[in-house]
Design a protein around this ligand. Sequence first.
Ligand code: ADP
Ligand code: MG
Length: 622
Amino acid sequence: MADIIQLLPDHVANQIAAGEVVQRPASVVKELLENAIDAGASTIKLIIKDGGKTLIQLVDNGSGMSETDARLSFERHATSKIKKAEDLFKLSTKGFRGEALASIAAIAHVEMQTKTAAAELGTHLKIEGSNLAFQEVKVVPEGTSISVKHLFFNIPARRNFLKSNTVELRHITDEFHRVALAHPHIGFQYYVNGSELFNLPEGNLRQRIVHIFGKKTNQKLVPVTEETQVVKVSGFVNKPEFARKSRGEQFFFVNDRFIKSPYLHHAVLSAFEGLVKTDCHPGYFLYLEIDPASIDINIHPTKTEVKFDDEHTLYAILRATVKHALGQFNVAPSLDFEKDPNLETPYVFKDKEAQHPSVTVDRTFNPFAEQAQGASVSRKHRAMVSKPSETASWEALYVGMESDMGQEKAFEGIQFESDAITGSIFEKSAEETVQSTATTFQLRRKYVVTTIKSGMVIIDQSRAHQRVLYEKFLRNSTVKQAVSQQLLFPLSLSFSSSDVRVLQDIKETLDAVGFVFDSLEGETVRISGVPLLVQESEVGMVLDQLIADCHQEVATESFSQSDVLSKTLAKTLAVRTGEVLEAASQIALVNDLFACKEPLISPFNKPVYVTIDENEIDKKFI
Ligand code: ADP
Ligand code: MG
């Protein structure tokens, strides 16, 4: 047989390597940022257009490259950072494999301008899919500017695989945050579609965190420092009371490189044990400095995992250090979990001045009119019934019901018990039956129990309400006919600018469910209207949660704004386990639930109710 093995041509090898190094625009951003830092830049400018699909440009004032180096830098395994194998063990730079530029140039149009301090003239060159399009001598500023256009132009499958611009941009911004947090002494500017998203002056770590995550972050930070022979730990943890329901700001850096480490994460969590509720996550920005020889650097460049020689010691040191920091700031005793959260002032109001009470007189009020305006109806009632203005009394709860649900649809798949005699003689509709005869009761402030023809149903109250609210908000966000309630005084809330950006991205959906924004810019959000079911005092919490959920969801494949928004609202507004429901609310909940399209499962895929047949009950009595 003839010889069949051949060496792959360079451009093919580069494309294959590119598949590993460049998954999406954010990977390019990471590589370019790291190169600029390795080149000793003190200011770095990142320019992005259309989620990085149209343009990724990085301008640095670092060392620059000579004419030969400029051309060589795009060759595979071309690096200035290691010369011999031993160098691998004392690496202090971010790159060393000499793969990034070659890979990027294999799958995009790359243009570079670069000049060293010593040279009078610089180099300008352009490479398209590994081919040099041109190279010229040019007057350019000191440092390097690289622009990457038409990413994946020659790999359509990859290009089609990219997510929306919003999603890709968020990945880029995450990457930018990580690098900017690892290097507070470097100034960063970040432009997106022509407008400045971040301008981070050089400063210390605290200033950097506050510049990125907003002014209100400052009060949350507790400094952490410890120096041992094995490791130097520095940075901040958030005070426990600011722990969030979802993982937000959690950053580990090892030797100024962002890493993910479930093991060390656990060490930090264990230091917070007893200080935050089980479902809340504390924020942290922790920096470890370790002898490079004691960590495995031969990991893949795009991966963020690191292997430590002595993980156990690191765990113990980290845990003790964080504990110590929390103890020193005396944050532990101020927490009291027995407090009823409903009685606490939501934190968005904590630092606000009290508003003067105002008296509004309703001149049209007629005490003899039959329809009292919801005054006797508690918040939960209002949350559950569809038309609050028509809910004066118990029976009135059902006035608006018919319009909300088709009679048959309402009880699809489940038959309610009718009165043993009347049910069979008079053909009552299921709906009438449940109004007049079905009794409900609450079990351990957790379940609503009611009877059906074949036995009984046990409904998880919180999940049921989540399902009801979820479908309601989803409907509103697609139909765009939500009713919003005008606030007497517009609310002013402050967020970090990147959080405001998230809200801007989903503004249309927020409008659709009933939010009215007067302004949504910089770090302030002014709101003059909220959806009918949202209380004014809950707005801050709802938006916080929403931003966190969006951050998290974006990473997943199926990101839909209305879905995330509806889930967040459902999760934050639904009645909780432990809340007492009055009879009317229980019935309203049952009815609303079975009017849902999918009453069986909660929006978070948990079972909502179980049925127990009479037969099963009978069996227990044998
Ligand atoms: P690596 O960073 O692993 O060495 P890269 O492909 O990212 O590989 O870069 C190749 C080489 O090009 C680097 O080693 C460096 O010498 C040079 N280089 C890349 N970017 C810059 C830059 N922004 N400024 C100066 N030199 C750079
Ligand atoms: Mg590199």
